[in-house]
Ligand binder design. Structure first.
Ligand SMILES: [Zn+2]
Ligand SMILES: [Zn+2]
Length: 379
């Protein structure tokens, strides 16, 4: 079949093939997001060396096998495509055998075997494994870094008597989704045993956290539960992300707080996440939203800022901004553009950027997050 090509300028780029995420659904261990923001490779952390590749970037945790899709843009459906790696000792093409020809789905598998930020180039070739290169993808391999999450089921007592103990009925599944979102960065979470806490807040309302007048006091009290429990001396911090599940917030529709080190220092509290359970349990859309909220707040703990440092009131409006985990709002606008990134429910996307485009002050999120863990300064 002929592919029509209209000459538009003296110099014209033709894109025969495109690398894409294998499945545009919720995050999956084997279907990582790709950083497809442009063909420029951006500024690179020192350990990443140089590259003359042009294409998207892909992060893979060492030992992990992932699926990636090649979409035909300007190439006959019948033309055989093969996939090769310039260094199979670091990233190996595991399916199809011998790299091709690709099946009609366009999906191939590759596996990270070694290295830390190392980058062979994955190349899509025409006709054979030695054929001309039609498209490139730069994978980065990461060793696994782990941090702990400590869930707390909080019972808020108050003027109405003892409260009911809050809990997320699908907590294990929600935290698994969080692990899937962070997997392309090689960042993983161990889940500590859930702790039961009872507390009477300054607002003194049974089952309720007061978002209004006593906000600062209530948040300090809840976030201090782990410090009190462990009798942590001043100047030391718990070495886990404490996730406090409460029944409800007084502000209807409010879903949670994530207090990272910067904010904690400014309000004189400990760090942690506070999540409502009423309205989440039994509601698939809210459960997915909760997983993305927790993953987003973890981003803040690991020193990530909102996309281009724009908060909810003036959030960026371009597609890739909505696609990112660090988009400042839980929900993105109803807009045809977002159908592609696996959130028909309109929860924010979950791309964590690998590329570092210099004009984007918050880019290179994967490297920033990994360095925060390495430097031990995220608690
Ligand atoms: Zn945020
Ligand atoms: Zn840009």
């Amino acid at each position: 079949m002929a592919i029509p090509l209209e000459a538009q300028a003296e110099t014209q780029y033709v894109v025969p093939l495109r690398f894409k995420r294998a499945a545009f659904t919720y995050a999956g261990f084997e279907t990582p997001e790709l950083d497809t923001r442009g063909y420029e490779m951006g500024t690179r952390p020192s350990g990443w060396g140089s590259s003359d590749a042009r294409g998207p970037m892909l992060g893979i945790m060492n030992g992990q096998e992932v699926r990636v899709k090649i979409e035909r843009e300007r190439l006959d459906e019948a033309a055989p495509v093969f996939v090769t790696s310039t260094n199979p000792a670091i990233v190996e093409i595991t399916e199809p055998e011998n790299g091709g020809p690709l099946p009609a789905s366009g999906i191939f598998k590759c596996k990270a075997l070694a290295g830390e930020g190392d980058h062979p180039v994955i190349q899509a070739r025409l006709g054979s494994a030695e054929g001309p290169v039609l498209a490139e993808l730069e994978p980065h391999t990461f060793s696994r870094l782990r941090i702990a999450i400590t869930p707390h089921n909080v019972r808020i007592d108050g003027a109405g008597g003892n409260g009911t103990r809050a809990s997320l009925t699908r907590l294990a599944d929600i935290l698994r989704r969080v692990r899937k979102i962070w997997r392309p960065c090689g960042i993983d979470f161990t889940i500590n045993a859930t702790i039961n806490d009872n507390i009477t807040l300054g607002s003194n309302i049974t089952d309720t956290f007061d978002n209004a007048s006593t906000w600062a006091g209530d948040i300090r009290q809840i976030l201090g539960l782990q410090r009190t429990r462990l009798s942590l001396p001043a100047g030391t911090n718990d070495q886990s992300i404490n996730m406090y599940m409460i029944d409800t917030f007084s502000n209807p529709g409010f879903v949670g707080y994530g207090i990272s080190r910067d904010t904690a220092d400014s309000i004189g509290s400990d760090t942690g996440i506070v999540i409502n359970c009423a309205g989440v349990n039994g509601n698939e859309v809210q459960e997915e939203r909760t997983a993305r909220t927790v993953a987003h707040e973890i981003g803040h703990f690991l020193r990530l800022k909102h996309v281009e440092e724009k908060n909810a009131a003036d959030a960026v409006e371009y597609t890739y901004g909505l696609w990112q985990l660090m988009y400042p709002k839980s929900w993105v606008p109803a807009d045809a553009r977002i159908k592609e990134f696996g959130n028909g429910t309109r929860a924010r996307g979950h791309l964590i950027t690998l590329k570092n485009h210099q004009h984007h002050s918050t880019d290179g999120e994967c490297d920033t997050a990994r360095r925060s863990i390495r430097d031990g300064n995220w608690t």
